[in-house]
Design a protein around this ligand. Sequence first.
Ligand code: ZN
Length: 371
Amino acid sequence: MKTTIQFRRLLFILVLFMLQACGQTPKKINDTQNSTTMENIINKPENPYYSNTDTTKLNVSDAEWKKVLSPDLYAVSRNADTERAFTGKLWDSNTKGTYYCAACGNKLFKSDQKFASSCGWPSFFEQDNKNSVVYKEDNSYGMKRIEALCGRCDGHLGHLFDDGPKPTGKRYCMNSIAMDFVPDKIISKNSSGNTLEKITLGGGCYWCVEAVYEKLDGVKSVVSGFAGGKNANPTYEEVCTGRTGHAEVVEITYDNTKTNLDEIFKVFFTVHDPTTLNRQGADVGTQYRSAIFYANETQKLAAQSIINQLNSEKVYENPIVTTLEPLTQFYKAEDYHQNYYQNNKNQQYCQMVIQPKLEKFEKVFKARLKE
Ligand SMILES: [Zn+2]
């Protein structure tokens, strides 16, 4: 809730700010996808034993574990330390996703096997599969307990108790630090098996939109171009007449393990005004329309959902007029339009219009900028 409110506040400030012109004229020349669970999502280059796909039992020496695990994780995983209650990052999380062993990457639990427990440690009533967790009697501290260990690396995870909810009656009481959590949203991969996805967005002047997304962490490339019009391979001059039906757009390629559609859309609705029909500031014409060109049903539904949310929360004074259009073809714009801001920083237009937008974006998404 807190983030939503902050987001609204920021949006409001930004909207006020963005109502200035993006005065783009021809003169400036002189101046598919399936959602499937992806196992191999976490990379830990410092830990050669870590894998989300390899289920072969590990037999690694303690000295070796000490080398490849962080001291905190080593203390829990290899020395059966317990993190203090209510201090771990996962104990009260109810985000949908998958939990893996932080030491070796073995799949342990799904979020729908987790339950809200008041004990201060993440608690589950069932393990993902029979090889996820194994047990050992633990008589330390004068108590008779069942220790829960990773089925692949035998690393300590926590304990197993008999006071859990139905249907199993079990309570897997785990240390947050012993687990990696991967939210469902970012464990989708496309049919070719990589984690790169594309989305095409029209937010008025593409110079501005491009400059912003170039800075967002997880974005691999941003290409300025045109979409949604009648003829193939339109030139900038043709699109400028407003008669071809194309919109100025950017094609964003991003790594879905580092950012996601949700964030891409949040940036989109922060850096342009989605409530002015066929217009951004002083730029008027259908080529400047606010538009999301969706490549598949997932993108369409995600776009619809954020628009509904922003409308129902009345983030903007006026309703959102952003169009949802199926992407038929993206046409790259002429070379001098690419990286326009980067190549023309000293131009008045860049300083007056793009620079302030960029600064605002950097403020709002401070934690999410590329290094
Ligand atoms: Zn493990």
